[in-house]
Write a protein that binds this ligand. Structure first.
Ligand code: SAH
Ligand code: SF4
Length: 440
């Protein structure tokens, strides 16, 4: 989602006449988009700001002023505290306020030209929380399109309030974009060359956007609408919450041929006690039931997940239940994180697990996840898979594509095959990728 937001920010700035530079030393405006989900991501902001402050100071010595903006979820969570920790920053904009970026920049420029305020620095903070207003004001035309796989945010914010998560406090309440807006964005992306539409949201399966003045559209209905757009060869989505998976959605995976048989379905933990403390709203057996029902409808479907280790109160038995869940589901891939206490959340106030235990549990879990991933990738050897060629590889005549199951495949093919789907015979399965040959 941050990647989508960064593209939209760049689109606004390009439309206002700014140009992009690849070197921060050349920039008059630096925008840092931020993530607040874990503390590590937040700390990265301040180390980046340290580096950029030096660039700003050097530019000032030459009489050139640089405007620095911090955007996104850390901006929302810390607000004006950011100025106290990094006084090089001029503007702080939350994730639902970046449509105002150009206006804020113009305001800072006019302040800089005004001698009375030169002495006393004025900061701009906008942490408005309305996703609806943001989408209304974003440019209609998508000009920066990552090809051939393009993101569209369809839903933002979250009402689930998992006890570890900062998203409801930074992105705000759940908001679904109107259906017509999404369809028009998808049409535009396809006419610019996108072949895969990747739908994004904190909880896409809860999508219920306005379809007309009296009707709403469910997530499954939206998938059908997108699949009917000529030129859409693949549809993916992330993230879906287990509680909002419906039988209709499961069936849609069989009925819509362009809907990829790969689902990111975060479990977070395999222990019922921890799932309850996390306020996830499902038990281990309910989660497994969803996986089994999906597999009954579509036997070849693959899953990925997110896991948190070291949640407050997690015992060895709870942790072992998580490892056992990974073995039981046998994920094609999975992300795992050490629990990071986020200041706004309830669980940050509970008794914490020590860092060494978290480190050890993460290493153990990742080994199990990796074992399943390698096994899954190796099970593809000798198979013929459909691969969307996405980009050039590192070597001459090499390209990289994606299977329907999200695996990266390295193969030899001419550059003009990028953006098209080809059958590829898989020769080797590695830890993080596959290699293969074009068929025919
Ligand atoms: N809406 C998605 C997740 C969004 S956040 C869902 O419900 O699954 C992405 C991932 O970050 C989460 O799945 C979780 O595994 C991880 N995460 C969120 N808060 C965290 C925290 N405080 N510490 C560690 N990991 C966290
Ligand atoms: Fe965070 Fe996802 Fe839980 Fe919402 S459902 S609170 S985004 S982890």
């Amino acid at each position: 989602m941050n990647s989508y937001d960064s593209d939209r920010i760049a689109e606004i700035l390009l439309l206002a006449g700014h140009i992009k530079t690849s070197l921060p030393e050349d920039a008059d405006i630096v925008v840092i988009n931020t993530c607040n989900v874990r503390e590590k991501a937040q700390e990265k902001l301040f180390s980046d700001l340290g580096r950029i402050a030096l660039i700003k100071a050097k530019a000032a010595e030459k009489g050139r002023s640089v405007i620095i903006l911090v955007v996104g979820c850390v901006a929302q969570a810390l607000g004006k505290e950011i100025f106290a920790r990094a006084d090089c920053v001029d503007i702080v904009l939350g994730p639902q306020a970046y449509q105002n970026i150009q206006k804020s920049i113009e305001e800072v420029i006019s302040q800089k030209q005004c001698p009375e305020v030169k002495m006393q620095k004025n900061f701009i903070v906008d942490t408005t929380m309305s996703a609806e207003d943001k989408f209304k004001l974003l440019p209609r035309n998508r000009t920066l399109v990552k090809l051939p796989s393009a993101f569209i945010s369809i839903q933002e914010g979250c009402d689930k309030f998992c006890t570890y998560c900062s998203v409801p406090y930074t992105r705000g309440r759940e908001y679904s974009r109107p259906t017509s807006e999404i369809i028009s964005e998808a049409n535009q992306l396809v006419s610019s060359g996108a072949r895969e539409i990747f739908l994004l949201g904190q909880n896409v399966s809860a999508y219920n956007g306005k379809y007309s003045s009296s009707a709403v559209c469910s997530f499954t209905e939206l998938l059908f609408l997108i699949s009917s757009i000529k030129g859409v060869e693949r549809i993916r989505y992330t993230t879906s919450h287990p509680c909002d998976i419906t039988t209709e959605l499961m069936k849609a995976h069989k009925e819509i041929s362009s809907l990829m048989p790969f689902i990111h379905l975060p479990a977070q933990s395999g222990s019922d006690i921890i799932l309850k403390k996390m306020n996830r709203g499902y038990s281990r057996s309910q989660y497994i039931k969803i996986i089994n029902e999906f597999r009954k409808i579509l036997p070849n479907i693959a899953f990925s997940s997110d896991f948190i280790v070291g949640f407050p109160g997690e015992t060895e038995t709870d942790f072992e239940a998580t490892c056992a869940l990974v073995d039981e589901v046998s994920y094609a891939q999975a992300y795992s994180f050490k629990y990071s206490p986020r200041p706004q959340t309830p669980s940050s106030k509970w008794d914490q697990i020590d860092e060494q235990t978290k480190i050890r549990r993460l290493a153990v879990l990742q080994e199990i996840i990796n074992k399943h991933q390698l096994h899954y990738n190796q099970s593809m050897e000798g198979k013929e898979l459909l691969v969307l060629i996405e980009k050039e590889g590192r070597y001459e005549n090499q390209v990289i594509g994606k299977t329907e199951y999200m695996q990266s495949v390295h193969l030899s093919a001419p550059k003009n095959f990028i953006g098209k789907v080809f059958p590829v015979k898989i020769s080797r399965g590695f830890q993080n990728s596959l290699s293969g040959k074009l068929v025919g």
